[in-house]
Ligand binder design. Structure first.
Ligand SMILES: [Zn+2]
Length: 352
């Protein structure tokens, strides 16, 4: 089968032919139809994660995976309801099933978690073996290329916004901002309107072209940060919404400058959730965060339930996608474009 693998960090991935992987009795072999490309694929190639998990090559990249059931392992129960030919979405974040996080469904923060796309098996390959309990069967009418990003780009901000909602940071007379409107942020804007309970939604980013799409997707206001100080942004925010600060922020960038801007604009008892990983440090003043009782939420990817929820929203036609479709042989070219921020929306590889 075709597979795109890292053989050496900081080099182009190698597009090659390798044997189709075997499956364990509790696994299903999925014939991959589409796989989204994530900034973390670029970061994996560039060695960003090596201080945290130094995965030995070869690594098959790709973790936003959808496909068709090709072969079912011998111990997969009939009650799971899978048949060959079913269309399935792969829930990433394969937990050990025994720890307290797995027991409540948060397998993506299991201390023994395994990820497709960060080891031997991944989605930029024609076949991937997946534990049956991490597959969700979907309607055959739904498009593979639209399903793929919902396993990361289209679920990660959803979980983050749910954290803000459950912490009661959202509601009428609140202002919520989405920082960054790339692959994740364009979904975040839509979820902010769906889950915001009437909060005004402001998209804050550098790129006017991406901000225009955010406006089209329901942002009440857009603010470009290009060439502006934090004070300039606060003035623009007040003109747009009537208040110079933000009650809730979902930060889809994680870039150092954006984090500083976010905390400088955060209201008393404001809440911030970060899901972007562009930078690798948070450097914010301590006293205002304590004295203003501001909350910083960690939110990582999404679990089976989160993904089921966004799939339902999609099936109901409530989610819009900005996609760039590419083919398997264009993987390196697309990684290079993503590295320099030159992708609008989500790039998705489709097998013909
Ligand atoms: Zn676990």
């Amino acid at each position: 089968m075709k597979a795109a693998r890292i053989h050496e960090y900081n080099k182009h991935v190698v597009l090659e032919d390798i044997p189709i992987p075997d499956i364990q009795p509790d696994e299903i072999l999925v014939n991959v139809k589409a796989c989204g490309m994530c900034r973390s694929d670029v970061q994996l190639v560039d060695g960003y994660f090596r201080p945290y998990a130094d995965i030995p090559p070869p690594i098959t990249i790709g973790h936003e995976i959808v496909g068709v059931v090709h072969k079912i392992g011998s111990t997969v129960p009939k009650s799971a309801g899978f048949e060959e030919g079913d269309h399935v979405v792969v829930v990433p974040g394969w937990g050990d099933g025994t720890c307290r996080h797995c027991q409540i469904g948060d397998t993506q923060i299991c201390p023994n978690v395994r990820w497709p796309g960060f080891g031997k098996v991944g989605g930029f390959a024609e076949f991937v073996p997946v534990p049956a309990r991490y597959l969700i069967k979907v309607d055959r009418q739904l498009k593979f290329e639209e399903l793929a990003p919902l396993t990361d780009a289209g679920v990660t901000p959803y979980r983050g916004i749910k954290k803000l909602l459950n912490a009661r940071a959202l509601g009428p007379n609140r202002v919520m901002a989405v920082f960054g409107v790339g692959g994740l942020g364009l979904y975040a804007v839509q979820y902010a309107k769906i889950l915001g309970c009437g909060a005004k939604v402001v998209a804050v980013a550098r790129n006017p072209e991406k901000l225009a799409i955010a406006k089209e997707y329901g942002a009440d206001h857009i603010i470009s940060t290009r060439g502006k100080s934090a004070a300039d942004v606060a003035v623009e925010l007040k003109d747009a919404t009537g208040q110079p600060d933000l009650d809730a922020i979902i930060d889809c960038t994680g870039a150092g400058a954006m984090i500083q801007l976010a905390f400088s604009l955060l209201s008393i008892s404001g809440q911030y959730a970060d899901v972007g990983l562009v930078g690798d440090r948070i450097d914010i003043p301590l006293f205002p965060r304590v004295s203003r009782e501001q909350v910083l939420h960690g939110s990582f990817w999404g679990n089976y339930t989160d993904i089921s929820e966004v799939l339902t929203l999609m099936a109901e036609g409530k989610i819009r996608h900005t996609l760039k479709i590419f083919s398997f042989d264009q993987i390196n070219e697309q990684l290079d474009l993503l590295r320099t921020g030159n992708i609008v929306g989500r790039a998705v590889m489709k097998f013909r």
